[in-house]
Ligand binder design. Structure first.
Ligand SMILES: *Cc1c(COP(=O)(O)O)cnc(C)c1O
Length: 471
């Protein structure tokens, strides 16, 4: 019998329990729900032992609980080692003290300088391992408005039997973001600049994935945060961050952790960590002007609003794809109730849940909060926060508690968002990163293409045909 934490069910109850490998390859559950482990292990007894481990060894312990027999232990160790060897900090996620009772966990030391590398480096290696075991090929298809695209590309560039096709709106991502994607020279990377909006890209991808015959024939796979492996890799740093602050700064028993939130993926990993027994008193959900989630945690009502463009573009999301996972626990793990609520929401109604969840505090930071926060901390200590991290810090500052120090997740390097930094600090040089400067001289490799599903499918078909002819 496999332990139930390594078997996966759907939030809507429509699939038979799956092993870890099948869950990763399925992405979204086939009944339209999201995949979750059948149970969450209680790890409180293990905290003292875990607190002495390196990042990689801690990742191994935590991931093993949810992977079970699907990956042999030695292979899992190698996958983790490969995934974090390219980070430019030996600690993978370094912690620092920003202010009294306020700590920062820097999650942006991976190759694309955003926290998404922590999960997507692992997912890329995991896909490659699965193909090596099972044979076959994978064609990853995704749409991006910026950060996810480059991290996903970087996770699989140069890997055998994997292609990646990333759609982004031509002329509507920042020059820097485009360079991070389209200067990658590997032949398995295909950047498609569509003549349309980000929403057009999202819709095309969704429609293509819904064509199950095409999906099967071309072995399409998804890398967005509905993929359970991404959540899994992110659980690790919640434990890690608490341990490092305990060890180096404060002998505090429990912490508040503040998370700048878009799709509810990162903070859902924190919620899992808390349920497993991480010493987290409260999760602080920080949204920008796109505040559906902070409104929900304060009022109990989940209702759509318009999507606004902000200084923290990776959080410009109204309908958060991972919220359904949380809803499952709020509905006492009753899939019928989740399915009913999600249908109601899909039909355009808003949702209402009784009772507040004391595991969360929530707030929204607007552009003046963001700029003010970047400026204040720069003047105090010389530290440059990126605009996403600044949303998290500014909201955390409203909820400070003496007995429970706060750890804020820093999700990107400030060098990725030069316009926001310039308007906060009026300084051309602050927060630059040399790796990003180097990209300026490299040629772009992209295909400009109509925002049309059939054109995109033709592109994929032709690329794969050419590839076959060459091999
Ligand atoms: C994606 C992203 C976020 C939001 O993460 P979610 O998992 O979608 O909540 C926050 N900050 C940065 C820099 C990001 O790239």
């Amino acid at each position: 019998m496999l332990p139930s934490s390594s078997l996966y069910i759907s939030t809507r109850g429509g699939i038979k329990p799956l092993g870890f490998a099948e869950a990763v390859l399925m992405g979204l559950a086939e009944d339209g729900g999201l995949l979750l482990p059948q149970s969450i292990p209680d790890c409180r007894q293990r905290l003292p032992a875990w607190s002495a481990l390196s990042y990689g060894d801690l990742a191994f312990e935590i991931m093993s609980l949810y992977i079970g027999a699907a990956i042999p232990p030695q292979d899992l160790k190698t996958l983790i080692q490969q995934s974090y060897a390219g980070f430019d900090s030996p600690e993978v996620v370094p912690l620092l003290k920003l202010d009294e009772g306020l700590f920062l966990a820097e999650l942006f030391h991976g190759p694309t300088l955003a926290f998404k590398d922590v999960a997507l480096q692992f997912l890329g290696n995991l896909f490659a391992w699965l193909l090596q075991e099972q044979g076959g090929r994978l064609n990853i298809l995704g749409a991006t408005s910026g950060d996810t695209g480059s991290a996903a590309i970087c996770g699989v560039r140069g890997k055998k039997n994997i292609n990646i096709f990333i759609l982004y709106p031509e002329g509507r991502v920042s020059a820097l973001q485009e360079r991070q994607m389209a200067t990658v020279p590997d032949a398995n990377v295909h950047c498609l600049a569509i003549e349309g909006s980000f929403d057009d890209g999202q819709r095309i991808i969704k429609d293509i994935f819904a064509e199950l015959d095409f999906k099967k024939e071309y072995s399409l796979a998804a890398v967005n945060s509905v993929n359970w492996a991404r959540i899994l890799a992110q659980i690790v740093y919640y434990f890690w961050a608490c341990f490092r602050v305990q060890e180096n700064y404060e002998q505090a028993q429990r912490f508040q952790v503040s998370v700048p939130t878009g799709n509810f993926g990162d903070i859902f990993a924190g919620y899992m960590a808390k349920r497993m027994g991480a010493p987290i008193e409260r999760l602080i959900l920080a949204s920008n002007e796109n505040d559906i989630l902070s409104r929900f945690f304060n009022s109990g009502e989940y209702s759509r609003g318009p999507v606004n463009a902000t200084l923290s573009p990776s959080m410009d999301i109204q309908v958060a794809s991972n919220f359904e996972r949380y809803l499952y626990y709020r509905c006492d793990e009753n899939p019928e109730e989740v399915a009913r609520l999600m249908q109601q929401f899909a039909a355009g109604e808003s949702l209402r849940l009784p009772d507040k969840d004391s595991d969360f505090a929530a707030g929204s930071g607007n552009s003046s909060d963001t700029l003010d926060c970047i400026r204040r901390h720069y003047q105090r200590s010389g530290y440059v926060l990126d605009p996403h991290s600044a949303v998290g810090v500014s909201v955390a500052e409203r909820f400070l508690q003496k007995s429970h120090p706060s750890i804020c997740l820093a999700t990107a390097h400030p060098g990725k968002f030069p316009e926001a930094i310039r308007s906060a600090l009026q300084d051309e040089k602050a927060g630059r990163h040399p790796d990003l400067e180097k990209l300026k001289d490299l040629p772009l490799r992209k295909t400009i293409i109509k925002a049309d599903k059939e054109k995109i499918k033709d592109f994929i078909r032709n690329k794969l045909k050419q590839e076959q002819a060459q091999s």
